[in-house]
Design a protein around this ligand. Structure first.
Ligand code: C2E
Ligand code: MG
Ligand code: MG
Length: 358
């Protein structure tokens, strides 16, 4: 259907609905088990986490469009449940399917009407001194207020609107970097990082688009960072290393986002010219009272050190987490404990004072 979407039709399952459901579930289970066993491609071990949505016909769907829309809605439920899941379409999902269509139209309008904004979340040392920030998109929807990226980016990705949105964020961030530099607010080595999705990064035009955004705004590339999720590092095409090298040569820094969630091999990581690992929030939040779970955090910090990379702990929410991380010699933090993402004006004030404590 799409780049990574497939349709399988299981015909004549059973005249009895319960039996048909059972057989469809077994079929889906077989497919999932088969796909999710690891495979080796060019020496790398790959893991696929398929999400499967099932629609039964003629019981539920009426025409081809209905059946596909319903299977799609069910698949999104499966994705939302954390991938590698199977979901059947239920009438209650119809609303979600309609909502998706409406959001797609709204995103197109939002791009034309400049309804998007970039917010900045400080990255700090243990005392709250500013070291940089992550640029995060927000949507000021005229009727619904502020919509967080989790609600609309996957739809944008799916409907081919992600490139335009990403370009908008990149351009807005470069413009802001240029303004802050002009006003003497961005001291070296302060970096403002943007998130780039796998599809954007693998587009042939990506490197040139970054150059254009920097040049047309007069932004110093040394202040720009790019965050790629660990998952997208694994799924991006072959020329990924060349692209990173080219952009690094311009002065741009690279971070691995959501590290610990993406099955990259150490061997592969070592071949990439990266600057920073960002420990995923889910690991940071396991630091509660020194339970077994924290061993993962220790391991990631140690591994980053051995690979010569900086570490940023994402989603630091408590003094206890901060205390633990700083004892493990993590030096950069991002999280609600220090500051939530803020609008550009607020972040400018923080830059003036050099601290997220205003
Ligand atoms: P991310 O890149 O991992 O960004 C961190 C997310 O964690 C942000 O959510 C941030 O607000 C949230 N966060 C930070 N500290 C804390 C904390 O202490 N506690 C909790 N509970 N959350 C915290 P946000 O802004 O909703 O963004 C979600 C995701 O959307 C981002 O995850 C990123 O993957 C994606 N995203 C955001 N903006 C863009 C963009 O411009 N382009 C692309 N491609 N993706 C974006
Ligand atoms: Mg990020
Ligand atoms: Mg992250």
């Amino acid at each position: 259907m799409g780049g990574d979407e497939f349709i399988i039709i299981l015909t004549e399952l059973d005249g009895d609905v319960d039996q048909a459901v059972e057989k469809a579930r077994k079929g889906a289970d077989n497919i999932r088990n088969y796909l999710s066993s690891p495979c080796r491609i060019e020496g790398y071990e790959m893991h696929i986490t398929p999400s499967i949505g099932v629609s039964l016909f003629p019981k539920q769907g009426k025409g081809t469009d209905d059946i596909l829309k319903q299977a799609d809605a069910a698949m999104y439920k499966a994705k939302a449940a954390g991938s590698n899941e199977i979901r059947f379409f239920l009438p209650s999902m119809q609303k979600a399917a309609d909502e998706k269509l409406r959001l797609t139209t709204d995103i197109r309008r939002a791009l034309l009407n400049e309804e998007f904004a970039v917010w900045y979340q400080p990255q700090v040392n243990s005392s709250g001194d500013l070291l940089g920030a992550e640029a995060l998109i927000r949507w000021h929807h005229p009727e619904r207020g502020i919509i967080p990226p989790g609600t609309f980016l996957s739809i944008a990705e799916e409907t081919g609107l992600m490139w335009d949105i990403g370009q908008w964020v990149l351009n807005a961030t470069c413009q802001q970097i240029s303004r802050w530099s002009r006003d003497g607010l961005l001291v070296k080595p302060m970096v403002i990082s943007v998130n780039i999705s796998a599809k954007e990064f693998s587009a042939p035009a990506f490197v040139q688009a970054v150059r254009t955004a920097l040049d047309s705004n007069g932004a110093d590339p040394n202040h720009l960072g790019i965050e790629l999720t660990e998952g997208s590092l694994v799924s991006t095409g072959k020329d990924i290393i060349e692209k990173i090298i080219t952009l690094r040569q311009l002065g741009i820094k690279f971070s691995v986002d959501d590290f610990g969630t993406g099955y990259s091999s150490l061997n592969y990581l070592q071949t990439l010219p990266l600057n920073t690992l960002k420990i995923d929030r889910s690991f940071v939040n396991r630091i509660k009272d020194g339970t077994q779970d924290v061993v993962l955090v220790d391991t990631i910090i140690m591994m980053a050190k051995n690979l010569g990379l900086e570490v940023i702990a994402e989603g630091v929410e408590t003094a206890l987490e901060l205390d633990y991380l700083s004892r493990k010699e993590c030096t950069i933090y991002q999280g609600y404990y220090f500051c939530k993402p803020v609008e550009v004006g607020t972040f400018t004030t923080m830059l003036r004072s050099g601290s997220c404590k205003m």
